[in-house]
Design a binder for this molecule. Sequence first.
Ligand code: GUN
Length: 283
Amino acid sequence: MTAKTIDGNALSRHLRHEVAERAALLRERGITPGLAVILVGENPASQVYVRNKVKACHDNGLHSVLEHYPAAMTEAELLARIKALNADAAIHGILVQLPLPGHIDAHRVIETIAPAKDVDGFHVASAGALMVGQPGFRPCTPYGCMKMLESIGCDPKGKHAVVIGRSNIVGKPMAMLLLQASATVTICHSATADLGFHTRQADIVVAAVGKRNVLTADMVKPGAVVIDVGMNRDEHGRLCGDVDHAGVAKVAGHLTPVPGGVGPMTITMLLMNTIESAERNAA
Ligand code: GUN
């Protein structure tokens, strides 16, 4: 079997077209959806991510401001900026790029963002809403993974989904979204005794640990849908995911590439959440 590729760039183009249309409708009503992106420090990967997020806003009719502060910024200064943005009517979404420098408490920062502007979906109020099945912002990466499943007609209902990774950003919300979609969900992590035992039973595998070759061909059920959230570098410095792509492609039914898979979808869902926030605000 050769797995079909789930093309995150193509799906993103389609969804961003919808975003641009909804942004245009809002602008006709005098509302320009606005996203504030805050970056603290000089993490090179974070700089690339935030640049891509701001560019995607501009390309699709959203207003976006990038606030880049030195690593020495104090927590109090950052909290004051967030409070100002909470009160700014031109801003519908606030994103603080993670990781933050060690002297800043990321949890306190996230909890300072108004839940109505929490387009990353990281606030406890957003996480709680997802947990109890209430409306709220869904974290962009798992939300994008769900859209990728939908795009290939894969309904998780009754399927066994295995999520590898238990981060607050991806693993835990991913498991919740799959559960909400009526999958039977197993969450595996660094202390899981026999990862392959679990993944071999899975109809859907989402790999989100940040380590190369976590999932190899012998760990995949023939025909399974495999979503690779990883963003790593191989020994040649090339971008690669958590999945042994060449091997797993021979066994899986569908597989997402890295790059060009989940990455663009994460940004697309951020745009979608920001539009959603502006629409709710205008209602
Ligand atoms: N760092 C890595 N991924 C993300 C993300 O989705 N949002 C934010 N704010 N920071 C991140």
